[in-house]
Design a protein around this ligand. Sequence first.
Ligand SMILES: C[S@@+](CC[C@H](N)C(=O)[O-])C[C@H]1O[C@@H](n2cnc3c(N)ncnc32)[C@H](O)[C@@H]1O
Length: 266
Amino acid sequence: MKIIKLLKKNEFIFFVLKNTQRIIKKIFQGLFIFTGIDERISKIERSLVYEYSSQNFQWEKNCLNGQKFRKKIITEILSKINFTNIVETGTEYGFTTKYFSQFCKKIITIEKSKPIYLIAKKNLSNDTNIKLVLNDSKNLDKILSDENIKFKDDENTFFYLDAHSDDDYPLQDEIKYIIENYKNFILLIDDFQVPEDDGYGYDSYRGKKLNIDFIKNLISNKKYTFFPSVKSNEETGRTRGYIIITNNYDFKNILQNIKELKEHPI
Ligand SMILES: C[S@@+](CC[C@H](N)C(=O)[O-])C[C@H]1O[C@@H](n2cnc3c(N)ncnc32)[C@H](O)[C@@H]1O
């Protein structure tokens, strides 16, 4: 210790020591990001803050990112179409899941972080029509097969894909799986870039924006795509962008009649 104290008195050695320390710290931070540990720690922190700030479960205010036009659009869709199942990836505290539970007899929601899952479990404990699954949504195929939800002609499924995070992007596989396996679906992808309105927030993955180009090769012909027509500065809440996709002609007609949506040919 004495030697280090003495060395630190020398300006040059102090400079070298401090910078070596800084570089080692950066390498460790990089390793943390690479392994996803930093994200896991931040989720534990978030769930502790949620638990100890004795927040009420304010799902009506917080569902669908608190976006009033998004809520109006989805409420119209869920009221007009009889969905057999609603599938949500990324439950978080269960705000949107609780909102969905008003419209459908079976909601499946998937959360991969255990501390967050436990909070959602408590928040949704009275809702018998919600199946909360602790799993990674990259296992969507297996999870939904176990729930016996697959490819039935007479079943309509609404998907709400909201499980993407910086180090984990199962989205393309999820979309591919849905398109290949479901006859009648409406699919909403959250955090998606809205063309000509960057006031809506969106994600990126490995430097690529989450936009039409990112998913284009998955949703080629016979799919109908829609974006919000309402300007981002009129929206409330977190103002995240989204896209709505369907493969069903009748659903497309319903979406075309919602004035807060505009069709985007691909
Ligand atoms: C933006 S939050 C979801 C918000 C929620 N859908 C709502 O509207 O209230 C994203 C959640 O997805 C979870 N998540 C991230 N990647 C996941 C994955 N691969 N599988 C399942 N959950 C994941 C995160 O832990 C986080 O709780």
